[in-house]
Design a protein around this ligand. Structure first.
Ligand SMILES: *Cc1c(COP(=O)(O)O)cnc(C)c1O
Length: 380
């Protein structure tokens, strides 16, 4: 049987022990049995997010938590800053537009990360900015900004800082409370090793206060309803029950190791992928100083169609990596995720298949050099 290994930046590989939990008979959610699980989930999420803030969950993909942030924090005509360093930064702008929010867009060249000073400059002039929206790992370009430095700037103003950590949570360092990040959005299907269907959001007291003034239309994604429910270890609506049960186990796995101990583990995988790419003559799309540890975007060599390369790896070899997104990168990069349950042997397999597919497409290099380079990093 052909393998079906996901090395894509969401959804990512689901380990067998979590598949088993997902397949358990359903229980009812308005029961002490489920509420005990929910309580552990809220505590477990606070641990991985490194926060004491309230955490709310929704039955949605990651974008649901992003929409919740915009709908609850702001009102039509409010001013905000969005940082567009790729496809997912653009999503913040689109969400602001959908709610009539006046977004000052900071456009960054793809592959680069925003300079904190650029955000500071806008905040110094536009005193009535209410929120700054950034992305921890910009999955489309595999870059990461200096969130801590941005938080240092934003916390001196009346604006709140909102971070999309949907792909970054797990591999990329994030100290929500220590850095002073007001709102963090994430989801269960990337670093937390599950199929999609649960998103979550942490909300600081400063952001909760701002939310009280919001007049944007909202119903399902309501901080107010969620907070009332959380206090009783409940959710306002039917949660994704089996996913929440599995999320509890996933969080226990992560928290048993300690998320801070996972950061170097994924950093090593990212390093191995970069070394492998270089060893077969390829280059990395992002500047190394801004590279995320959740995903790596490798430039496809001239003369090779990146779309065909990704398709061959998937259809012939059963390895799913992601291609490039948007006008800028379609067909031009392959993106390998190193998040969640992906381990070094998955990475070695992925690199071997990348080599095999490139070879079949006529790219000239020393077969095996990428695998050897990655092995050396893993053994260092
Ligand atoms: C995956 C992802 C999202 C959310 O996408 P969904 O399809 O809604 O889960 C948002 N932001 C980033 C950076 C992502 O990687």
């Amino acid at each position: 049987m052909k393998r079906n290994l996901l090395l894509s930046p969401g959804p990512s590989k689901v380990p067998a022990e979590l598949c088993e939990v997902l397949g358990r008979p359903i229980i009812h959610h308005r029961t002490p049995q489920f509420q005990a699980i929910l309580k552990e989930v809220f505590e477990g999420l606070k641990k991985v997010l490194k926060t004491q803030n309230d955490v709310f969950i929704f039955a949605s993909s990651g974008t649901g938590a992003m929409e919740a942030a915009v709908a609850n924090l702001l009102s039509a005509k409010d001013k905000a800053i969005t940082v567009e360093a790729g496809k997912f930064g653009e999503r913040w702008t689109e969400l602001c537009k959908a709610y009539g929010v006046d977004a000052k867009v900071l456009k960054i060249a793809w592959g680069k990360a925003v300079q904190p000073a650029a955000i500071q400059e806008i905040l110094a002039v536009e005193k009535d900015i209410k929120a700054v929206f950034i992305t921890l790992c910009e999955t489309s370009t595999a870059t990461m900004p200096d969130v801590k430095a941005i938080a240092d700037i934003v916390k001196q103003t009346s604006a709140v800082l909102v971070v999309d950590a949907i792909s970054g949570l797990g591999p990329d360092e994030l100290l929500t409370d220590e850095w002073g990040v007001d709102v963090v959005c994430s989801a269960c299907h990337k670093g937390l090793m599950l199929p999609p269907g649960v998103s979550f959001i942490s909300v600081s007291p400063k952001a909760m206060k701002l939310a009280e003034q919001s007049t944007s239309p909202k119903y399902y994604y309501s901080f107010k309803k969620s907070k009332k429910a959380v206090e009783k270890a409940d959710t306002p609506f039917t949660p994704a029950i089996n996913l929440v049960m599995a999320l509890n186990e996933s969080l226990k796995m992560v928290n048993a190791k300690g998320i801070e101990n996972m950061w170097p583990y994924y950093a090593k995988m990212a390093k191995a992928v970069r070394a492998a790419a270089k060893a077969i003559g390829l280059t990395i799309f992002a500047d190394e100083a801004n590279a995320s540890n959740a995903v790596t975007a490798i430039n496809v060599p001239p003369g090779i169609d990146g779309e065909k390369l990704v398709k061959a790896m998937r259809d012939v070899h059963g390895i799913t990596m992601a291609g490039g997104q948007g006008e800028e990168l379609k067909g031009k990069v392959v993106r390998i995720a190193h998040m969640g349950a992906v381990d070094e042997y998955d990475i070695l397999t992925g690199i071997a298949v990348l080599e095999k597919a490139l070879c079949a497409m006529g790219y000239k290099f020393e077969l095996g050099a990428g695998v050897a380079a990655a092995q050396k990093v893993f053994n260092s």
